[in-house]
Write a protein that binds this ligand. Structure first.
Ligand SMILES: Nc1ncnc2c1ncn2[C@@H]1O[C@H](COP(=O)(O)OP(=O)(O)OP(=O)(O)O)[C@@H](O)[C@H]1O
Ligand SMILES: [Mg+2]
Length: 362
């Protein structure tokens, strides 16, 4: 039997990308086909390394070759990715900007932003994190970088800031430029200038995802960030109780206003339930139940998942190493799941905005 590229493409055109609802060949995801006797190798170029359907797609490719050509073909599938983008983010080299927001304070935005960034990076993506909370920056403590000062150089009369690299991601926090013992009374225009500098004056290099940790509420910083940079989408963090839900609604409402118009990628419910270490199968919904799902339905965005209340989250945060790096169990899995869902939603939105208008939400 003489295997040909045409046969391979024909066979793989039967495999549909489940999110984008088109076949892999039409989507130009099959590349680098190599044939040597009955040995076949090809690459599948996914839209994100965090694709939760990676295994499923690989299996479908193998089955298609076996079914439409022959089970005798010796197949090597190389699963790779090229993260998609839909518009110029205003920051050179940065493909997607993800804002992490909530209405109320203390619901876990900074925890989610840091662990989401690290979980995305753990899949192989290039990731940056901006802590834009002037009033209560979290990144210096969560990453063990108190007192750190990013290097700044002058290039052609312009200041260029080098983000600090830790645990495989690039970081900048407004906290790197302030003295925690001497709180500066920030005024509106200063806030706006300082926040824009974190995006514009930094050497971010090539990033697949730049995660932005926003302060609580809906203030100057939100307006600056959302109006100065085309945000790919926002993830909303909420807690299960109804009071937080009411506030979260306000936060989401602001992002969805016509003049701001940030797509909502989805809702994450934090502190959903408590599980004691000695009773790992028991879930205690101490703050109520269903708030995240209700908010997701209200704003018409996907529910991206729930995160339990676990003491190691705050301990790791305080110890300078976020929980996704220290925990192997439930918390790690929960964050990786959420990172996959966020990346998936971005890939779907990007596909819909650029070429494939018939893509539907999951
Ligand atoms: N799932 C969780 N389990 C246990 N502790 C958590 C969890 N999520 C967050 N925390 C803790 O709750 C506190 C508040 O979290 P975090 O700072 O992430 O919230 P925030 O929304 O960013 O707050 P702010 O509005 O002040 O910026 C922190 O001490 C954090 O470690
Ligand atoms: Mg915070």
């Amino acid at each position: 039997m003489q295997l040909t590229k045409e046969q391979v493409l024909q066979a793989l055109s039967n495999v549909e990308e489940p999110d984008l609802k088109k076949d892999l060949v039409t989507l130009n995801m099959i590349q680098d086909i190599q044939i040597d006797g009955n040995k076949l190798a090809f690459s599948v170029v996914l839209t994100t390394p965090a694709c939760p359907l990676k295994g499923l797609i690989e299996n479908a490719c193998r089955n298609a070759i076996s079914h439409f050509i022959s089970p005798e073909v010796d197949v090597t599938v190389n699963m790779t990715s090229q993260v998609t983008t839909q518009k110029n983010t205003g920051v050179p080299g940065v493909k997607n900007i993800i804002a992490v927001a909530s209405g109320k304070g203390g619901v876990g935005k900074s925890t989610v932003a840091a662990n989401l960034a690290l979980a995305l990076a753990s899949t192989g993506a290039q990731v940056g994190l901006i802590d834009a909370d002037i009033y209560g920056p979290s990144v210096p403590i969560m990453f063990g970088l108190e007192g750190a000062r990013p290097k700044a150089t002058q290039q052609n009369g312009k200041t260029r800031i080098e983000p600090i690299e830790k645990y495989g991601i690039k970081l900048l926090s407004i906290g790197f430029f302030t003295d925690p013992n001497q709180p500066v009374p920030w005024r509106g225009p200063m806030v706006s200038t300082a926040v824009k500098q974190l995006f514009n004056d930094a050497e971010w290099g090539d990033l697949d995802y730049l995660v932005v940790d926003l302060p609580p509420g809906t203030g100057d910083i939100h307006i600056t960030v959302t109006q100065s940079f085309p945000i790919t989408g926002a993830v909303i963090v909420t807690t299960p109780q109804n009071v937080a839900l009411a506030d979260a609604k306000k936060g989401v409402g602001m992002l969805m206003m016509d003049s701001i118009n940030v797509p909502i990628l989805g809702v994450i419910e934090n502190m959903s339930y408590f599980t004691p270490a000695e009773l790992p199968d028991n879930k205690y919904h101490i703050f109520g139940q269903g708030g995240g799902l209700a908010l997701a339905e209200l704003v018409g965005a996907p529910f991206l998942g729930e995160l339990p209340l676990v003491r190691s989250v705050s301990e790791s945060g305080d110890a300078g190493k976020p929980v996704v790096l220290t925990d192997e169990g439930v918390m790690h899995k929960a964050f990786v799941h959420i990172a996959e869902r966020v990346a998936q939603q971005i890939a779907i939105n990007n596909a819909r905005a650029t070429n494939y208008a018939d893509v539907t939400d999951r």
